[in-house]
Design a protein around this ligand. Structure first.
Ligand code: SAM
Length: 235
């Protein structure tokens, strides 16, 4: 799978792929990462890519010309590239999007800077637009990386153990049960004793009860969904 980051600041992104799981996935050629800098397409003699907002307003806006030309070039090289813009006002990116996008061959992320991107670029080129949360970042690079990371781990072969994908939070309405590591007791705090006894059916029941408690605490609306789905299955 190929990811192309359309960004003025590729150096903010590059480091993320230099270690850990995604680095290994790149070494195995499961993932390929490209960068496209709109500045390289600017027709301005100073390679400017931003301008003041038409109609007034504070701050600069990324202009249409350099992004139109960069994205035309990208589409010329791969007409099937799936282009995602990141902006705080869009629908929130969720786990189902990550799984769906992991089936694509080529996804490009366009990162805004300054006060954002000339809307005509988004209208012309966006296949999808996502927000990663209701807050304003200084630029789209982190948002693009967040989405890329979540998509990548759903790509076959990227995670060593594909089972870890199946039992994760957001795969079902219930959140994943709490996890513990060794030692069994640390600074007077013990792991639940049932986890240590080796009775897998009892461990499963306890994990379910803990999942429900965790969901009730962190995401009560999800627990309601879980009970509704259960009731529908019974009827
Ligand atoms: N003026 C814009 C507004 O109020 O909606 C915010 C622009 S923000 C400072 C610059 C860029 O950061 C945006 O174009 C977008 O690409 C990115 N960005 C900021 N917050 C984001 C979020 N929560 N999710 C996705 N992208 C975000």
């Amino acid at each position: 799978m190929t990811f192309t980051f359309v960004t003025l600041f590729s150096n903010l992104i590059e480091g993320y792929f230099k270690d850990s799981i995604l680095k290994r996935a790149i070494e195995k050629d499961l993932l390929r990462i490209n960068y496209l800098d709109p500045r390289g397409y600017s027709k301005n003699k100073h390679f400017k890519v931003d301008d003041t907002a038409v109609g007034g307003g504070a701050g600069m806006v990324m202009n249409a010309q350099s992004l139109f030309d960069a994205l035309d070039d990208l589409k010329k090289k791969d007409e099937n590239v799936h282009i995602i813009f990141v902006t705080p006002v869009a629908k929130p990116f969720v786990q189902n999007d990550a799984k769906r996008l992991a089936k694509k061959n080529h996804v490009a992320f366009v990162s805004g800077r300054y006060e954002g991107i000339d809307e005509r670029v988004i209208e012309k080129y966006a296949d999808e637009v996502f927000s990663i949360g209701d807050y304003i970042l200084t630029g789209g690079e982190l948002a693009s990386l967040v989405i890329c990371d979540a998509v990548s781990r759903n790509r076959e072969g990227v995670l060593g153990n594909s089972e870890s994908l199946e039992i994760e939070s957001f795969e079902t309405p219930l959140l994943e049960a709490p996890s513990f590591s060794k030692p069994k007791t640390y600074e007077g705090l013990s792991v639940p004793s049932e986890y240590l006894k080796g009775n897998h059916s009892k461990i499963r029941s306890l994990k379910l009860a803990l999942s429900e408690a965790k969901t009730k605490f962190f995401r009560p609306e999800q627990l309601i969904k879980y009970h509704c789905v259960g009731a529908m299955k019974k009827n």
